[in-house]
Write a protein that binds this ligand. Structure first.
Ligand code: GLY
Length: 383
């Protein structure tokens, strides 16, 4: 296998149209229920709107609407947005930090594309819910569990993708408190979660007095290994942080996280689920990481001064080309867009529940479709 060819424009358009076809096939299954986080034997079970991942499917529906202008996608997206409004109003499974993963693609997108006021209100309530998890001692958004408990006193690298919801809320309301918390959390994350070699800790504990504690994994192989998706969240999250803050530390973090990620990639540019491993280990891949990093690269190529964008777009095209050529899922009812994602793989050293190993993942599908949308023309990001 040689290095993948960069996807060409007409191939990106064709792959996006195929993705839209899959989303259309799935509309009857996941309009009045949600799509679960990962497929089982290649088919997503429907689920209630209770998972941290439920926003990605509506995000795909909105991308399909943007591509086609088809009323069927708009109607389904607004039906789903109603369910998210109920979820936040009734506070159903919202005691965690993933309000951005949920409400940015499901409701900020709905509001941006249709002006729907209920979606706007839902996203603002979600931003309020998220800032309720801010811990002033240590200045971070607590990821999971009961607030303040010592075994929960930590944040995770993934949270960088929750922060655009807060910047959006500040812009919408004129109240800087949301952006201020986002900036404080980012400073804590950039100071502690990035190791000297540019790799990242998945989770980071703070001490009760607010001083930095130590890194631990939950979904990576070991505390000192390189969980691929955590690294992908670091890449995309830090360039998004730079867009909102213009903080040189965020740009530096983006470059260091990306450099580390690139040194550990196999030839087809789709990493194993932990970058401690190469494909000859027999460990499964995580295709979603490739899709997330491609979006980060395309965002960097879009917003950085031309002279600083290097080969970011070419790299992204190679990653997306590899996914389209080698990982595209067959079209079928309940199916996903890209195969060979890994949600959580149990190791002797981590603390996750094993789920969705070598399956489609709803975020892998979303970010793959986002990357194709970015390649198909100018796109105003939901994030
Ligand atoms: N944010 C959790 C994950 O990436 O699996």
């Amino acid at each position: 296998m040689s290095r993948p060819l960069p996807i060409r424009d007409e191939q990106a358009h064709a792959a996006l149209d195929r993705a839209v076809e899959q989303v259309r096939l799935n509309l009857p299954l996941y309009t009045h229920s949600c799509q679960n986080h990962s497929s089982v034997d290649g088919v997503y079970p429907p689920c209630d709107n209770v998972e941290w991942t439920c926003g990605f499917w509506p995000g795909e529906v909105w991308l399909a609407y943007e591509r086609t202008g088809d009323q069927a996608f708009r109607d389904a997206g607004l039906t789903l947005a109603d369910s998210f409004e109920r979820r936040i109003r009734e506070k159903i499974s919202v005691d965690h930090h993933d309000m951005g993963f949920l409400y940015t693609p499901a409701c900020v997108a709905a509001y941006k594309l249709t002006g729907d006021q209920k979606a706007r209100e839902a996203a603002l309530l979600a931003a309020d819910q998220l800032i309720g998890r801010f811990q002033p001692r240590g200045e971070f958004l607590q990821a999971w569990g009961e607030m303040g408990r010592p075994d929960n006193y930590r944040y995770i690298i993934d949270c960088l993708l929750n922060l655009p919801l807060l910047y959006w809320a500040s812009r919408e309301t004129g109240d800087e408190k949301y952006a201020d918390i986002a900036k404080r959390h980012t400073a804590t994350c950039l100071a502690n979660s990035f190791r000297p070699d540019g790799s990242t800790f998945h989770t980071f504990y703070m001490n009760p007095d607010g001083s930095p504690g130590y890194g631990r994994t939950c979904q990576g192989y070991r505390d000192d290994s390189f969980w691929a998706r955590g690294q992908a969240w670091a890449v995309y999250g830090s360039i998004l942080s730079w867009r909102y803050t213009r903080d040189p530390a965020a740009l530096d973090a983006f470059k260091r996280a990306l450099d580390f990620y690139l040194t550990r990639l196999p030839e087809d540019l789709v990493p194993c689920w932990d970058m401690l491993f190469q494909p000859d280990s027999g460990e499964p891949r995580d295709s979603s990481s490739a899709a997330i990093v491609a979006c980060g690269l395309l965002e960097a190529a879009r917003i950085l001064p031309k002279e600083d964008t290097g080969d970011y777009e070419k790299l992204a095209r190679e990653m997306v080309g590899s996914l389209a050529a080698g990982y595209a899922a067959p079209l079928k009812s309940g199916g996903g867009l890209i195969l060979h994602g890994t949600y959580s793989k149990k190791s002797p050293y981590n603390t996750c529940n094993p789920e969705g190993v070598d399956e489609c993942t709803s975020w892998g599908d979303f970010y793959y479709m986002e990357a194709l949308t970015r390649l198909a023309g100018d796109w105003d990001p939901y994030w």
